[in-house]
Design a protein around this ligand. Structure first.
Ligand code: AMP
Length: 191
Protein backbone atom coordinates (compact mmCIF):
# COMPACT_ATOMS: atom_id res chain seq x y z
CA UNK A 1 0.00 0.00 0.00
CA UNK A 2 1.53 3.36 -1.02
CA UNK A 3 2.15 5.89 1.74
CA UNK A 4 0.78 9.39 1.25
CA UNK A 5 1.62 11.96 3.89
CA UNK A 6 0.60 15.60 3.86
CA UNK A 7 2.92 18.20 5.39
CA UNK A 8 0.89 21.11 6.58
CA UNK A 9 1.81 24.35 8.33
CA UNK A 10 2.34 28.07 7.86
CA UNK A 11 4.87 29.36 5.33
CA UNK A 12 8.27 29.20 6.99
CA UNK A 13 7.31 26.38 9.35
CA UNK A 14 10.06 24.18 7.92
CA UNK A 15 7.62 21.71 6.37
CA UNK A 16 9.56 21.69 3.09
CA UNK A 17 12.81 20.84 4.87
CA UNK A 18 11.11 18.11 6.86
CA UNK A 19 9.32 16.66 3.83
CA UNK A 20 12.58 16.56 1.91
CA UNK A 21 14.40 14.73 4.71
CA UNK A 22 11.65 12.18 5.16
CA UNK A 23 11.41 11.68 1.39
CA UNK A 24 15.06 10.62 1.39
CA UNK A 25 14.50 8.25 4.28
CA UNK A 26 11.37 6.64 2.85
CA UNK A 27 12.45 6.68 -0.81
CA UNK A 28 9.27 8.37 -2.01
CA UNK A 29 9.19 11.76 -3.75
CA UNK A 30 8.46 15.05 -2.04
CA UNK A 31 5.86 16.79 -4.17
CA UNK A 32 6.01 20.54 -3.58
CA UNK A 33 3.43 22.46 -5.61
CA UNK A 34 5.43 25.64 -4.96
CA UNK A 35 8.51 24.04 -6.57
CA UNK A 36 6.46 22.68 -9.48
CA UNK A 37 4.95 26.14 -10.07
CA UNK A 38 8.37 27.85 -9.86
CA UNK A 39 9.59 25.38 -12.47
CA UNK A 40 6.71 26.35 -14.77
CA UNK A 41 7.52 30.02 -14.21
CA UNK A 42 11.19 29.52 -15.09
CA UNK A 43 10.30 27.49 -18.21
CA UNK A 44 7.80 30.16 -19.26
CA UNK A 45 4.91 27.72 -19.82
CA UNK A 46 1.30 28.95 -20.05
CA UNK A 47 0.73 27.84 -16.47
CA UNK A 48 3.92 29.62 -15.43
CA UNK A 49 2.81 32.86 -17.10
CA UNK A 50 -0.53 32.70 -15.30
CA UNK A 51 1.00 31.74 -11.96
CA UNK A 52 3.89 34.23 -11.82
CA UNK A 53 2.02 37.44 -10.87
CA UNK A 54 -0.25 35.53 -8.50
CA UNK A 55 2.72 33.99 -6.69
CA UNK A 56 4.48 37.34 -6.50
CA UNK A 57 1.45 38.87 -4.80
CA UNK A 58 1.27 36.13 -2.17
CA UNK A 59 -2.16 34.93 -3.34
CA UNK A 60 -3.05 31.37 -4.28
CA UNK A 61 -2.98 30.00 -7.81
CA UNK A 62 -6.50 28.77 -8.75
CA UNK A 63 -7.39 25.34 -7.37
CA UNK A 64 -8.16 23.72 -10.75
CA UNK A 65 -4.76 24.69 -12.21
CA UNK A 66 -2.79 23.45 -9.21
CA UNK A 67 -4.81 20.26 -8.93
CA UNK A 68 -4.33 19.40 -12.62
CA UNK A 69 -0.57 19.94 -12.20
CA UNK A 70 -0.52 17.75 -9.08
CA UNK A 71 -2.50 15.02 -10.79
CA UNK A 72 0.07 14.84 -13.62
CA UNK A 73 2.89 14.70 -11.09
CA UNK A 74 1.23 11.86 -9.17
CA UNK A 75 1.03 9.81 -12.34
CA UNK A 76 4.80 9.79 -12.72
CA UNK A 77 6.46 6.49 -12.07
CA UNK A 78 8.45 7.55 -9.01
CA UNK A 79 5.19 8.26 -7.13
CA UNK A 80 3.89 4.70 -7.51
CA UNK A 81 4.96 3.86 -3.96
CA UNK A 82 3.55 7.02 -2.44
CA UNK A 83 4.44 10.67 -2.00
CA UNK A 84 4.93 13.41 0.56
CA UNK A 85 2.83 16.46 -0.20
CA UNK A 86 4.43 19.78 0.65
CA UNK A 87 2.28 22.90 0.19
CA UNK A 88 -0.72 21.00 -1.14
CA UNK A 89 -3.59 20.98 -0.30
CA UNK A 90 -3.94 24.64 0.66
CA UNK A 91 -7.73 24.98 0.43
CA UNK A 92 -10.69 22.78 1.23
CA UNK A 93 -11.47 22.14 -2.48
CA UNK A 94 -7.86 21.01 -2.93
CA UNK A 95 -8.16 18.69 0.07
CA UNK A 96 -11.30 17.17 -1.43
CA UNK A 97 -9.64 16.87 -4.84
CA UNK A 98 -6.67 15.07 -3.29
CA UNK A 99 -8.93 12.66 -1.46
CA UNK A 100 -10.73 11.95 -4.75
CA UNK A 101 -7.47 11.41 -6.65
CA UNK A 102 -6.14 8.97 -4.07
CA UNK A 103 -9.48 7.19 -3.64
CA UNK A 104 -9.60 6.58 -7.39
CA UNK A 105 -6.56 4.32 -7.00
CA UNK A 106 -7.95 2.67 -3.86
CA UNK A 107 -5.69 4.51 -1.43
CA UNK A 108 -5.83 7.51 0.85
CA UNK A 109 -3.86 9.84 3.09
CA UNK A 110 -2.02 8.03 5.91
CA UNK A 111 -1.50 11.11 8.07
CA UNK A 112 -1.34 14.89 7.99
CA UNK A 113 1.66 16.30 9.83
CA UNK A 114 0.95 19.77 11.12
CA UNK A 115 4.25 21.54 11.76
CA UNK A 116 3.23 24.06 14.39
CA UNK A 117 5.29 27.26 14.77
CA UNK A 118 4.17 30.49 16.51
CA UNK A 119 3.37 33.49 14.31
CA UNK A 120 6.16 35.72 15.62
CA UNK A 121 8.79 33.10 14.75
CA UNK A 122 7.36 32.60 11.24
CA UNK A 123 7.74 36.16 9.94
CA UNK A 124 11.40 36.35 10.96
CA UNK A 125 12.14 32.98 9.36
CA UNK A 126 10.52 33.83 6.02
CA UNK A 127 12.26 37.18 5.68
CA UNK A 128 15.59 35.54 6.45
CA UNK A 129 14.93 32.88 3.78
CA UNK A 130 14.04 35.65 1.31
CA UNK A 131 17.48 37.17 1.88
CA UNK A 132 19.28 33.84 1.54
CA UNK A 133 17.41 32.48 -1.49
CA UNK A 134 16.38 35.70 -3.17
CA UNK A 135 12.83 34.42 -3.63
CA UNK A 136 10.77 36.94 -5.59
CA UNK A 137 7.62 36.09 -3.63
CA UNK A 138 9.25 36.83 -0.28
CA UNK A 139 8.97 40.64 -0.20
CA UNK A 140 7.51 42.09 3.02
CA UNK A 141 4.10 42.72 1.42
CA UNK A 142 3.95 39.27 -0.15
CA UNK A 143 4.98 37.63 3.12
CA UNK A 144 2.20 39.43 4.96
CA UNK A 145 -0.28 38.41 2.27
CA UNK A 146 0.85 34.77 2.30
CA UNK A 147 0.36 34.62 6.05
CA UNK A 148 -3.09 36.21 5.74
CA UNK A 149 -4.06 33.74 3.00
CA UNK A 150 -2.68 30.88 5.07
CA UNK A 151 -4.84 31.84 8.04
CA UNK A 152 -7.95 32.40 5.96
CA UNK A 153 -7.81 29.50 3.50
CA UNK A 154 -5.30 26.92 4.68
CA UNK A 155 -5.34 26.89 8.49
CA UNK A 156 -9.01 25.75 8.57
CA UNK A 157 -7.85 22.48 6.97
CA UNK A 158 -6.59 21.47 10.42
CA UNK A 159 -10.20 21.02 11.55
CA UNK A 160 -11.01 19.03 8.42
CA UNK A 161 -8.15 16.62 8.99
CA UNK A 162 -8.71 16.47 12.72
CA UNK A 163 -12.30 15.37 12.09
CA UNK A 164 -10.95 12.68 9.78
CA UNK A 165 -8.60 11.46 12.53
CA UNK A 166 -5.55 12.20 10.37
CA UNK A 167 -4.03 15.26 12.02
CA UNK A 168 -0.81 14.89 14.00
CA UNK A 169 0.59 18.10 15.48
CA UNK A 170 4.36 18.41 15.73
CA UNK A 171 6.12 21.21 17.61
CA UNK A 172 8.08 22.89 14.81
CA UNK A 173 9.68 25.50 17.04
CA UNK A 174 12.76 23.36 17.72
CA UNK A 175 15.94 22.41 15.95
CA UNK A 176 15.59 20.73 12.53
CA UNK A 177 16.94 17.40 13.82
CA UNK A 178 14.56 17.22 16.77
CA UNK A 179 11.57 17.97 14.55
CA UNK A 180 12.81 15.42 12.01
CA UNK A 181 12.98 12.76 14.71
CA UNK A 182 9.31 13.32 15.61
CA UNK A 183 8.34 13.36 11.94
CA UNK A 184 10.11 10.07 11.36
CA UNK A 185 8.44 8.48 14.38
CA UNK A 186 4.96 9.59 13.28
CA UNK A 187 5.57 8.48 9.71
CA UNK A 188 6.73 5.02 10.73
CA UNK A 189 3.72 4.61 12.99
CA UNK A 190 1.29 5.60 10.27
CA UNK A 191 2.61 3.99 7.12
P1 AMP B 1 5.36 27.63 -1.53
O1 AMP B 1 6.70 27.40 -2.12
O2 AMP B 1 4.66 26.35 -1.15
O3 AMP B 1 5.39 28.61 -0.40
O4 AMP B 1 4.45 28.27 -2.67
C1 AMP B 1 4.79 29.52 -3.26
C2 AMP B 1 3.55 30.11 -3.94
O5 AMP B 1 3.08 29.20 -4.96
C3 AMP B 1 2.35 30.31 -3.04
O6 AMP B 1 2.42 31.54 -2.32
C4 AMP B 1 1.20 30.27 -4.03
O7 AMP B 1 1.11 31.49 -4.77
C5 AMP B 1 1.66 29.19 -5.00
N1 AMP B 1 1.19 27.85 -4.56
C6 AMP B 1 1.97 26.79 -4.15
N2 AMP B 1 1.22 25.74 -3.83
C7 AMP B 1 -0.07 26.11 -4.05
C8 AMP B 1 -1.32 25.48 -3.88
N3 AMP B 1 -1.40 24.22 -3.41
N4 AMP B 1 -2.43 26.17 -4.22
C9 AMP B 1 -2.36 27.42 -4.68
N5 AMP B 1 -1.23 28.10 -4.85
C10 AMP B 1 -0.08 27.47 -4.54
Amino acid sequence: MPVYLVFFGPPGSGKGTQASRLANTLGVPQISTGDLLRDHVSRGTELGKTAKPIMESGALVPDDLVTAMLKDRLLMEDAAGGALFDGYPRTLPQAEALEGLLASTGSGISAVLFIDVPDEVITGRILKRAELEGRADDTQDAVRERLRVYREKTAPLARHYEAAGLLVTIDGNRGVDEVAEDVRRVASGRS
